[in-house]
Design a protein around this ligand. Structure first.
Ligand code: ADP
Ligand code: S3P
Ligand code: MG
Length: 161
């Protein structure tokens, strides 16, 4: 069974995914790292040099080719409508959720995340839009608010049964 972690930037998908894979003794991939390896450049350079549309196509291709058991996706993984259905047909989807302000405080000023460079109000409305899509797509919603990543891992494992 594959486990896909989804959620907004700063939710802890990369951090929790790595820990979860250790607890479950499963293989792990951070999709952003896979994209950087396959393309030989940083996400921020792909955005700068090739544009977001190219990045999204690469992201969707990398998602479909990874054979890892635990996958930390990027916050924009549901950019194409068909990706939600593809994900649900290929594994268990966990939405890591926290209120926007908490996530914003984790990502503001982080230059490695090009989307986080948007102004506060644009990020807030992006969160509002994506939150609904994450909720509709996920099998489980797990809180990452005021919680250590280790606690989130325990919560995920208990929900998986
Ligand atoms: N539970 C948590 N509590 C506080 N900070 C966290 C937590 N999980 C992750 N972080 C921090 O938030 C930032 C984003 O984490 P990251 O795992 O990269 O999130 P994502 O992959 O969802 O964007 C990092 O600086 C990380 O150390
Ligand atoms: O939300 C987004 O659109 C993005 C989130 C990033 O991943 P994280 O969610 O791990 O920061 C990364 O895929 C890229 O910078 C775009
Ligand atoms: Mg990440």
């Amino acid at each position: 069974m594959k486990i896909y972690l989804i959620g907004f930037m700063g939710a802890g998908k990369s951090t929790v995914g790595k820990l979860l894979s250790k607890s479950l003794n499963g293989t792990f991939i951070d999709l952003d790292q896979l994209i950087e390896q396959e393309n030989g450049k940083k996400i921020s350079d792909i955005f700068k040099e090739d544009g977001e549309t190219v990045f999204r196509k690469i992201e969707a291709e990398c998602l479909k080719k990874t054979d890892a058991q635990i996958i930390a996706t990027g916050g924009g993984i549901l950019y194409f409508d068909e990706t939600a259905e593809w994900l649900r047909g290929n594994g268990v989807i966990i939405y890591l959720h926290a209120p926007f302000e908490e996530l914003y405080s984790r990502i503001k000023g982080d230059r490695s995340r090009p989307v986080a460079a948007k102004p506060y109000k644009d990020l807030k409305s992006l969160f509002a839009k994506r939150d609904g899509v994450y909720k509709r797509t996920a099998h489980h919603q797990v809180s990452v608010s005021n919680r250590l990543p280790e606690e989130t891992v325990k919560d995920i494992i208990s929900r998986l049964g």
